[in-house]
Structures are given as structure tokens and as C-alpha cells.
Design a protein around this ligand. Structure first.
Ligand code: F6R
Length: 247
């Protein structure tokens, strides 16, 4: 289903509330909440609201385990552009999540170590009972995570080559496209699909084109986000601009 909000602020508060509810329900049962998280501009206000609820309403993340979708490769965790830095700045530094509960693909591995790391990442998610909720943005290539065009619906966590458009869109953060890594480690489409609930968010006019293709277009690995049409537990959360081309 598609839900259109007047703006990304109200949409983000709604998504944050959904996450907070899962955390509290799990807390009440003495269980762990397993969250799949995304980086980029799209989820920033969701994290901001979660931080606010932690600071002002006592929402605790002690029983939360997180798995981020992706990380550039290679990438040092303390680099400004790393997704580790992004997550600390936007969420983890401001809440009470135990450090050992945070999982982000490791951009410092040797290429020969990546396959085993990815296998272990999948295993760890499964051993915790799977992702309770997965947050997604969408790239202008139609990627979810860094599953670029050509990604298979049953793909798992793996090393991928970034699309040229994705690298162009990231060039501002890196001071030029030539500085953007050519690869990334990402959860697969199959990994994402196993989440009990999937929320894809998109804001602004510049996403309207790809949102239309993702929601209404033919299902194809050319636009990996179209695979989400096959899931019965996905929600597309849009602002009016991102939804402006939907029929
Ligand atoms: C980020 C990720 C990407 C982004 C997408 C949109 O972890 O997996 O798929 O969600 O590139 O990026 P923004 O939100 O910056 O437009």
C-alpha cells in the first residue's frame, strides 16, 4: 500500500512512532527488537524523532539490535562519509543502544574476507529471529540498499558495484565523483524481503519519477525497488511531491 503525507515531517513522525511501538511491544515481552536501518537524507527526520522520544519520553533502546543496509567499500568507519559516522551522528550517539548491538557492514575487510562476513551478517539476522522492520530509501537508479539494476530478487548480502548515477548523486559528499567508492557491501533484495515489515520512504520531486516506476512499473531487476510490489508487508510512505506522478 501507498500512503501519501502532506510533508516529510509528519510522515517521519509516523514512521518513528511505528518503530517506537515495536520497541515497546518487544520490551513488554522481554524480547529484542531487531531493526533494519538505512542512511542517506531520507530517514534523517525519523532518527531525529526517535532521539527526541528517547530524550523527552524515555524511549529506551537497551533491547534493540540494529542492522544497517549497507556501507561503502572500501571505507574506514571513522571517515566523514562512512555510514558508521552517519549513524552515530544521526542516531547512535544520542540514544542508549548498547554498542555491541549495532551492526553495519564492514568497509575495512580484505576482499577475500567479504563472502564470509556477508554470510555471518545474514546468519546473525536470522539467529535473532529476523528483522522486525526494515527502513528503506530509494535511489534514482531504483536501488534499495545498494541493490543496483541487475540485482536478483533472491540476492543476499554481498559486495556490489555502484551504478554511475548513484556515484554522481553521492559526489557532493565526497567532493567529486572520482572520490566516491566504486563498490559497497549491501544486504540483498532477498535479505530485505525477509523483514516482517518493510517501509520504503521517499520525499521530494526528484524522486517522483523513480517512485512511479517502483510502485506502478513492470516488475524487473532493471528497477530493483519494483520487487517490493511482490511483498504483502511493504508500505510506500511518500510526501506529496514524491507521489506527484502516481496515477
Ligand atoms: C542508504 C541506502 C540507499 C538510500 C538511497 C536514497 O543506506 O541504502 O538505498 O536509501 O540511495 O538516498 P537518499 O535518502 O540520500 O536520497
Amino acid at each position: 500500500p501507498v500512503k501519501v503525507y502532506p510533508n516529510q515531517n509528519v510522515a517521519s513522525v509516523d514512521v518513528a512512532n511505528r518503530i517506537a511501538t515495536i520497541i515497546k511491544e518487544k520490551q513488554a515481552k522481554g524480547e529484542t527488537a531487531v531493526l533494519g536501518l538505512a542512511t542517506g537524507a531520507t530517514p534523517v527526520k525519523v532518527y531525529k524523532e526517535l532521539v527526541r522520544q528517547h530524550k523527552e519520553e524515555g524511549l529506551s533502546f537497551k533491547n534493540v539490535v540494529t542492522f544497517n543496509l549497507d556501507e561503502y567499500f572500501p571505507m574506514k568507519p571513522d571517515a566523514d562519509q562512512s555510514y558508521v559516522t552517519f549513524m552515530k551522528k544521526n542516531l547512535f550517539d544520542h540514544i542508549d543502544i548498547p554498542k555491541e548491538n549495532i551492526n553495519i557492514p564492514d568497509g575495512t575487510l580484505a576482499e577475500s574476507e567479504i563472502a564470509a562476513f556477508c554470510e555471518a551478517y545474514e546468519q546473525k539476522i536470522s539467529s535473532l529471529g529476523g528483522l522486525d522492520i526494515q527502513l528503506l530509501g530509494i535511489g534514482r537508479t531504483g536501488h534499495i540498499g545498494f541493490n543496483e539494476p541487475g540485482s536478483a530478487p533472491n540476492s543476499g548480502t554481498r559486495l556490489v558495484i555502484l551504478d554511475d548515477l548513484t556515484r554522481r548523486d553521492a559526489s557532493r559528499d565526497f567532493g567529486g565523483k572520482e572520490n566516491v567508492p566504486t563498490k559497497a557491501i549491501t544486504m540483498g533484495v532477498g535479505t530485505i524481503f525477509k523483514a516482517k515489515e518493510i517501509i520504503l520512504m521517499a520525499w521530494n520531486e526528484k524522486k517522483a519519477d523513480i517512485v512511479k516506476k517502483a510502485v506502478e512499473g513492470e516488475i524487473s531487476s532493471e528497477i530493483p525497488a519494483t520487487f517490493l510490489q511482490l511483498s504483502d508487508h511493504v508500505e510506500f510512505i511518500l510526501d506529496e511531491d514524491a507521489a506527484s506522478q502516481l496515477t
